[in-house]
Design a binder for this molecule. Structure first.
Ligand SMILES: Cc1cc2nc3c(=O)[nH]c(=O)nc-3n(C[C@H](O)[C@H](O)[C@H](O)COP(=O)(O)O)c2cc1C
Length: 213
């Protein structure tokens, strides 16, 4: 299939340096709220890229569950492929694509496990079905059939018989502590606006630089 004619112009709005918040977390919050207000479906979804130490990358979607000045948090299985890669190489990248707004946000940072307390708090807020799912799915492992998973779910439902579902030890969150955050706004003629906030480790302030599109 030849897709060479598939394109559109990006002309909704621009992004000016003087409109950027000096604090990238505030800037992110503004764009996140705008993605929500625009009614974008799954606006909290992001692509998370991890890599093995020898450089083999993997990317997949996860849901952002919390963000604040300490970083961006998602939850997962600590035995999954992504978690194994993070444990050997904590340097990751995240991408939010809010394409109807002609925007993307790209974050590079370091993943650290959240505290068990934080994971417990979020686990307790999940629907029961998701809590049980965390027990029965050996995420990223090869399984022989769907029937096997459904059988394990039925067993778990019977075993717990309406009681509280404990959090599995192999389940919890990661917080991405950003070193750089790029805000990308599509513009006409492919002259998009790109601003990258960089956090120099020697200093607490964020520097902002414009990148060529
Ligand atoms: C919209 C969407 C949201 C998802 N959210 C999560 C999530 O928050 N955590 C998670 O572990 N997997 C989530 N997944 C599944 C992952 O994309 C992936 O299949 C799974 O985590 C296994 O990835 P891995 O084998 O690379 O570790 C989501 C998938 C989609 C499409």
């Amino acid at each position: 299939m030849d897709l060479s004619d598939l394109r559109r112009e990006y002309s909704r709005t621009g992004l000016n340096r003087e409109d950027l918040n000096a604090d990238p977390f505030k800037q992110f919050e503004l764009w996140f709220e705008q993605a929500k207000a625009a009614g974008l479906i799954d606006y909290s979804a992001l692509s998370l890229a991890t890599a093995t130490v020898d450089g083999l990358p993997t990317v997949r979607t996860v849901l952002l569950k919390l963000f604040d000045r300490d970083g961006f948090v998602f939850f997962t299985n600590y035995k999954s492929t992504k978690a194994l890669q993070i444990e050997e190489n904590p340097r990751v990248s995240m991408l939010f694509h809010w394409l109807p707004l002609e925007r993307q946000v790209i974050i590079q940072g370091t993943a650290v496990r959240v505290t068990a307390m934080e994971s417990l708090k979020y686990f307790a807020s999940r629907p029961r079905g998701s809590q049980l799912g965390a027990w029965v799915s050996p995420q990223s492992s090869v399984v022989s059939s769907r029937r096997l998973l459904e059988g394990k779910l039925r067993e778990a439902i019977k075993k717990l018989a309406g009681g509280e579902v404990p959090m599995p030890e192999h389940w919890g969150g990661y917080r991405i502590q950003p070193q750089s955050i790029e805000f990308w706004q599509g513009r006409e003629n492919r002259l998009h606006d790109r601003f990258r906030y960089i956090h120099p480790s020697s200093d607490n302030r964020w520097e902002v630089e414009r990148l060529a599109p």
